[in-house]
Design a protein around this ligand. Structure first.
Ligand SMILES: [Zn+2]
Ligand SMILES: [Zn+2]
Length: 151
């Protein structure tokens, strides 16, 4: 039992320090910094428990799949940068919930992801012309790499 508590505490610690939602794989790799023998199955089992106890919230990202974050954060949404694939927490709600539904409908939950290019990525000169490239020397034949088959 002590071992389980320890694993669970490690996962709690991961969430306590997370600045954005985490996938189960993220939780695994971060949790292993606390508990070396942590397994993905253990991570999933603990995530299920933490979600059902209301300590962790599960988000369903359409591209990244299920993500998890602490449930005690104030209501907010996330911005997904298409270039670096990072998720950023937004400070406020991105939706006028009451104005979006017909009369007689009562919304009790919503999940919104904003997409675009983050500030870091947009300063990486995406709009300027791509740097002129020297004509490349002929590359080595690619037939030696078995996991890349272009034909
Ligand atoms: Zn970015
Ligand atoms: Zn909202």
């Amino acid at each position: 039992m002590a071992k389980r508590t320890c694993q669970r505490e490690a996962i709690r610690q991961v969430f306590a320090h997370a600045g954005s939602p985490l996938s189960a794989e993220d939780v695994l790799s971060l949790g292993r910094q606390h508990v070396e023998h942590l397994s993905l199955a253990t991570v999933y089992r603990n995530l299920r428990m933490l979600v059902s106890e209301g300590e962790v919230r599960k988000l369903n990202h359409p591209e990244l799949g299920p993500l998890y974050e602490r449930a005690n954060l104030s209501h907010h949404h996330h911005f997904h940068c298409r270039r670096c694939d990072r998720l950023y927490e937004l400070a406020e709600c991105a939706l006028d919930v009451t104005g979006s539904t017909p009369d007689g409908f009562r919304t009790d939950e919503h999940e919104v992801f904003l997409y675009g290019i983050c500030a870091n990525c947009s300063t990486e000169s995406p709009d300027t012309e791509p740097a002129r490239q020297e004509p490349r020397p002929p590359t080595e034949p690619a037939e030696r790499s078995p996991d890349v088959s272009m034909e």
